[in-house]
Ligand binder design. Structure first.
Ligand code: NAP
Ligand code: ZN
Ligand code: ZN
Length: 349
């Protein structure tokens, strides 16, 4: 065992504060990683504040982790000391069920083991995430990070990147399609970049008109302000695929109206109850509403390689670890352009 410094929250209504705990020494299949940067996902905030219920404390959040390998177990073949490595939302799963065997560990029938706010499968110890100096994870759940990208801006790809990449691929988004990304935050800005790189025509659908310029700079072809009833009316029936990243329950009916015949809207943001959906909005137009959860390990690697080839990273604002509570408050106020990333050097100092 070895000791690491971290930031943790002891309860839903308490701020994050310095904390230390012990990690296991690497076993034969484990990789020990010195964490360099960790992105701040809206899910960190949801779980720290117990928005979804069942949160486990003390909690060390953080599931957008990049760093350098410092040691590997004797059976590790994928990594050696000095390599760059990434860890996302999962550190384990049952590995036997149908989804696990298909490489979709995020849908493990027994539930995947989260990087934090979860329990290790054997020891039942709490898992602690990336707001910490080092982490030890089995190689199956560690991905290789392209060397050509700006490392601090790669961190958000490990959740925001894969969560948007996976549904865009699953619903075969590409050339000739009109795609709408709803919500310009951490996930949304990655959705725009990825959908554009896949060849789609992209409309950014936002509640914040002041983000319009940024949306175009990020690669959107058009901006649609969802609070502008006239503009929403004009845009009806034009979109093939909608990726909805809104983090809270809301009325999806106005967005369904934007879809063409056979269009689909995929929810990734709101885990809680939505306003009632009018059946007519689905039936007329044979429309689909679906959900999607992060992505499997193989697909996470595919996404990072895709980003390496297309030079795609996140637009970030670096913070020190002691600025994390202020960052959460800013995230609640929709004041992020477009992802906070913690410089873990500030924790080690
Ligand atoms: P974020 O950076 O806070 O961005 C969310 C964006 O949604 C905001 O920038 C805002 O964009 C829009 N928005 C916020 N509140 C809204 C409201 N009340 N009504 C309409 N639009 C609103 O959050 P994020 O990190 O992208 O995460 C988004 C959600 O995805 C969170 O709930 C997170 O927990 C979830 N998530 C899910 C998965 C998964 O696997 N499914 C993975 C990661 C995260 P505009 O200003 O443009 O309107
Ligand atoms: Zn996340
Ligand atoms: Zn499984």
């Amino acid at each position: 065992m070895f000791k690491v410094k971290a930031y943790a929250t002891p309860a839903p209504d308490a701020p994050l504060a310095p904390f230390s705990f012990e990690r296991r020494d690497p076993g034969p299949h484990d990789v020990r990683i010195d964490i360099l940067y960790c992105g701040v996902c809206h899910s960190d905030l949801h779980q720290a504040r117990d928005d979804w219920g069942g949160s486990l404390y003390p909690m060390v959040p953080g599931h957008e982790i990049v760093g350098r390998v410092v040691a590997v177990g004797e059976h590790v073949t994928k990594f050696k000391a000095g390599d760059l490595a990434g860890i996302g939302c999962m550190v384990d799963s049952c590995r036997r069920c149908e989804p696990c065997e298909a490489g979709e560990e995020q849908y493990c029938c027994e539930g995947f083991t989260g990087t934090y706010n979860s329990r290790e499968r054997e020891t039942k110890n709490l898992t602690f995430g990336g707001y910490s100096e080092q982490i030890v994870v089995e190689q199956r759940f560690v991905v290789k990070v392209p060397e050509n990208l700006d490392l601090k801006a790669v961190a958000p790809l490990l959740c925001a990147g894969i969560t948007t990449y996976s549904p865009l691929r699953h619903w075969k988004v590409g050339k000739g399609q009109n795609v709408g990304i709803v919500g310009l935050g951490g996930l949304g800005h990655m959705g725009v970049k990825l959908a554009k790189a896949m060849g789609a025509r992209v409309t950014m659908i936002t509640t914040s008109p002041e983000k319009g310029k940024d949306a175009l700079r990020l690669g959107a072809d058009e901006v649609l302000v969802s609070r502008d009833d006239e503009a929403m009316k004009k845009a009806r029936g034009k979109v093939d695929f909608l990726l909805n990243t809104i983090p809270v329950g809301h009325d999806i009916n106005p967005y369904l109206a934007l879809l063409k015949l056979d269009g689909a809207m995929v929810l990734v943001g709101a885990l809680t109850a939505l306003d009632p959906v009018q059946g007519v909005n689905l039936i007329f137009g044979r429309k689909t509403v679906a959900g999607s959860l992060i992505g499997g390990m193989a697909e996470t690697q595919e996404m990072l390689d895709f980003c390496g080839e297309h030079n795609i990273v996140s637009d970030i604002e670096m913070i020190r670890i002691d600025e994390i509570n202020a960052a959460y408050e800013r995230m609640l106020k929709n004041d992020v352009r477009y992802r906070f990333v913690i410089d873990i050097a500030s924790l080690k100092a």
